[in-house]
Design a protein around this ligand. Sequence first.
Ligand SMILES: [Fe+2]
Length: 346
Amino acid sequence: MNNFKILLLFLFAFSSCKTDKKTTPEVLNTTKPATDFVIAFGSCNNQNLPNTFWGEIKKNNPAVWIWGGDIIYSDTEDMAYLEQNYLKQKNNVDYMNFIKNLDVLATWDDHDYGVNDGGTEYPKKAEAQQLFLDFFDVPKNDERRMQEGVYFAKDYKVGAKSIKIILLDTRYFRTALTDDTETKKRYKPAINTDATILGEKQWNWLQEQLENSQASYTIIMSSIQFLSAEHGFETWGNMPSEVEKLEKLLISTNTKNAIILSGDRHISEFSKKEVNGLNYPLIDFTSSGLTHSYSNFSGENNQFRFGNVVSEKSFGILKFDFENDTVLMEIRGENNKLYETISQKY
Ligand SMILES: [Fe+2]
């Protein structure tokens, strides 16, 4: 403890002892570990490569594991091959041990959907959806078996607080991206305002979810990045009208403390944006990948970046401290090494 803290403690104890002797423990409480609720997440898991993280992630005591997509790599229109790759992951003993006593939520990205950077044009999307749901043993009468797309939401009640987790499907309805033919970048922002990431039906569902929610925190898993938009790979920023639409929806539905999670990029980073009309900063926490990363990453612009890019393999941790309305977000990797962190007060 440094001298300043000792002085503060002394002053607090001195000033409060006349009126209430029980106030001193409150000061000590502020130093307790923030572990009221822990969510872990990650993406980009090649079933043919070793994943050394399952045991390490578990050490953080998560209540929930969220898959941010690329659960397997299986670019194909051959559904027998896709099924075989899911089975390979399901036969992974370390993974199966990891998910014991853990709530697992998931969305997909392009390589488990079936095609690199794929969207609504993929002809096997309905079949691939059923195999995705089979992998998670989703019952045959579950609503996700009947709907188009794997979007889903679940609410958690923890004491007096509640957390809503929303999984978006950024593949099933996503219209064509605009190739960038002038620069070395792969895609550029669409001028066409009909361009969509979520599609009409999913947007309506999302609006309903947010309108009817009283959750203290709303976690939105998007698979592709939401805020970082200058790199030219897949991002919500390739459809600026969709970015604006989600920000406006968070404002109009009065969504409390939304945090966006993403993956896809094989790098991990925090992006943070002050959105006019939101009374908290919007964070996009990108965590990717679990089995392989963009190890020769040489830098890219992201006006919203907070801290440094992690180009090592990594996973993401969110630790909720309800008493102090703070979420500690951590990018961790091999042997639980802590790479980057944000402690955000809400
Ligand atoms: Fe990936």
